[in-house]
Design a protein around this ligand. Structure first.
Ligand code: G3H
Length: 250
């Protein structure tokens, strides 16, 4: 399982750089603009320069409206600024068809510029609270749009977590659907260390984290701490070892 950490700017990205041995992807966002809030192009560029070159930089394009042209142009902006993972939160899409249209534009805009870029179609575990496409529709949306991964995060950061909205069994189904479609499955949403056993067991490819590696577990007032990133990673590795050693379920 890969570890994606979301700093809110250059200062926290430098904390990520200090913990670079313990993480896999640095995901630039602007949490005060939403769960997948987009940061400025110059911030993405500066973070790309600050993070070791072997660590991919991801950028969120925002909790986007159903405006395919606007979103495609924003996604290209993230890629031009140095991000190689482009994450789109399909906040304003109420049907799979709308979401596919948005993601097709993103895939074309990004891959015409950089064919090896990695496009992530993200929905929300708490979609029922905001009226957007349902979580289990995401793998098919990602596949039909030519995206590389399907992701879930939570839209409303009020202390509720991924498994509060999409129980582990349904998250397992999400991962299965993504894998059947040839995609990676990414999961996030106030994930804590105690969730790692389940996330490992269901075969999650990427876990996205912010609050759990911030001081006091506070994604808003706390800052990312390299020590917490290292501890989170150690726990991931422990579960990976235990899972590998366990007899396969019949
Ligand atoms: O992409 C990952 C998100 O930033 C997760 O943030 P969170 O762990 O605070 O919910």
């Amino acid at each position: 399982m890969l570890l994606l950490i979301s700093p809110d700017g250059v200062e926290e990205a430098l904390a990520c750089a200090k913990a670079a041995d313990h993480l896999d992807i640095v995901d630039v966002k602007k949490p005060d603009e939403g769960s997948l809030g987009a940061n400025f192009p110059w911030v993405i560029r500066e973070i790309r320069g600050a993070v070791p070159s072997d660590k991919p930089v991801s950028a969120t394009v925002g909790d986007v409206p159903y405006k395919p042209g606007t979103v495609a142009q924003a996604a290209l902006g993230a890629a031009v600024s140095g991000a190689t993972y482009i994450k789109v939160g399909l906040y304003g899409c109420t049907t799979p068809e709308q979401a596919i249209e948005v993601m097709r534009g993103v895939v074309r805009a990004v891959k015409d510029f950089r064919p090896d870029a990695f496009v992530v179609a993200s929905g929300y575990a708490d979609a029922h609270r905001i009226g957007c496409v349902s979580p289990l529709a995401l793998p098919d949306i990602a596949r039909r749009s030519g995206s590389d991964a399907a992701m879930l995060d939570t839209a409303i950061k009020d202390g509720t977590r991924l498994f509060d909205h999409v129980p582990p069994e349904a998250c397992g189904e999400f991962v299965r659907l993504a894998h059947d479609a040839g995609l990676l499955a990414a999961l996030a949403g106030s994930v804590k260390r105690e969730d790692l056993a389940l996330l490992t067991r269901i075969g999650t490819d990427i876990v996205g984290v912010r609050g759990a590696v911030c001081e006091g577990g506070d994604r808003n007032a706390g800052r990312i701490q390299p020590r917490l990133v290292a501890e989170f990673r150690a726990e991931m590795d422990r579960h990976a070892r235990e899972h590998a050693a366990a007899p396969a379920a019949s």
